[in-house]
Design a protein around this ligand. Sequence first.
Ligand code: TXE
Length: 492
Amino acid sequence: MSLQQFQMCIGGEWTNAISGNTFDSLNPATGEAWAQFPDASAEDVNRAVEAADTAFRSAEWRSLTPTARGKLLRKLGDLIAANTETLAQLESTDNGKLIRETRGQVSYLPEFFYYTAGLADKIEGETLPLDKQDMLAYTIREPLGVVAAIIPWNSPLYLTAIKVAPALAAGNTIVLKPSEHASATLIELVKLAEQAGIPKGVINVVTGYGPSTGAALTSHPKVRKIAFTGGAATARHVIRSSAENFAKLSLELGGKSPQIVFPDADLDSAVNGIVAGIFAASGQSCVAGSRLLVHKDVYEQVINALVERASRIKIGNPQADESEMGPMATAQQLAVVESFVERAQAEGARLRLGGKRPDVDQGWYYEPTIFECSSNADYLMQEEVFGPVAAVIPFETEEEALAMANDSQYGLAAGIWTRDIARAHRVARDVHSGIIWVNTYRVVSAMGSIGGFKSSGYGRESGIDSVLEYTERKTVWINLSSEPMADPFVMR
Ligand code: TXE
């Protein structure tokens, strides 16, 4: 079977790597190669950054008013809406995500563009209420320049939209580096950007591996901001790269998000929320609710209901409408899940469901897996699996639940299940996480911000502040006095 061929977009030109080298992308549902992408070297990356830098300085881009930039983003949103099915199918083929999930994500994508388009002409400066009457000072928010966006494989389009939309709204230009495991949809997105009339060089895409293509991009001297989503180990490389160019950084990393079930919760709803949190997307989600803290009075009831519901999950072809769990996105990720399960068993965690691959001929599938743990210090309670593996532990008091929830290197999201309104607010206040969901889980909106505490990263994406992450504040001082400058050796 011949492989589908993709090219990169550099300065508006569709191109192969200078070396001619390529790499294959594998379909997780079959394990077979389906597409081929250019393997960009440092030289290709340099071309892309130079193109983005030229576009940033160009009269064509600079002369667009913020309102005009907003209109371009709105047009891109419309084009995504018109191409939902194609993009959803492509992403499902490339990363093995359920078609019902990719359709849902892609059909919401335009909202990120529309919302952020509206922010483009609301990036305002301030006048300062100075303590010097002979001076006027005001601030301007300026774009940074070239943004490097490093995208992982789990939700490529969504994680790109929340970077591209604010970066362009604020007037920057961008070089996208998709994951080597899921590059296809970002290339399609750039084609739509071209159709929307976004000037050449404003959005570029280079494909390739992390340590070569990714590192060349994040350490490039003309990159002014790096927007990264991925794992903590890679984030450390990216931080080191930014020591070369002093680029601003935003990091959205992983999590070990707790779901806390209190005895007064609607337990049917809680069980559904837990399933959504850990088994949707086969657990390959940064906000996966992978640590279940359940009050001892309802512990058996919750765990039995959870095992019962999870055992009915339909695992299968991600392109089939009836499937509820698709494969792991990569063979490596499957191996990671298997090694976590092995270690949990060796350390005495009690397996209640799954713990193995299902009986299928091909594809990187893994069964929904539930372990009971005896201590929050257990490896499985502390380390991110990024797969369909839930770790459950009982608690007795709210204080104990809070202590366990916060005893984690991560702080991305948390779920709280209770009907007690005071408790809901109290626990929401005291859990150290960037996102708190009460009696629900995995809800996103263009208005809501995404980002974590501690090892889950820093900076916020999506929401009203997202555009400010792509700006630098400048302060302008005007001398209002008609007197000559005073003593030059004294700071005013
Ligand atoms: O991601 P990586 P991986 C977590 C999850 C997973 C682990 C590793 O726990 O098991 O990370 O996943 C690029 N310089 N998340 O290895 O390596 C890479 O090419 C610059 C959480 O797949 O973080 C890809 O484009 N870039 C997560 C991107 O970084 C480099 C989503 C992410 O890859 C690079 C995915 C380098 N030296 C995994 N090395 C989330 N927060 O949603 C790699 N890259």
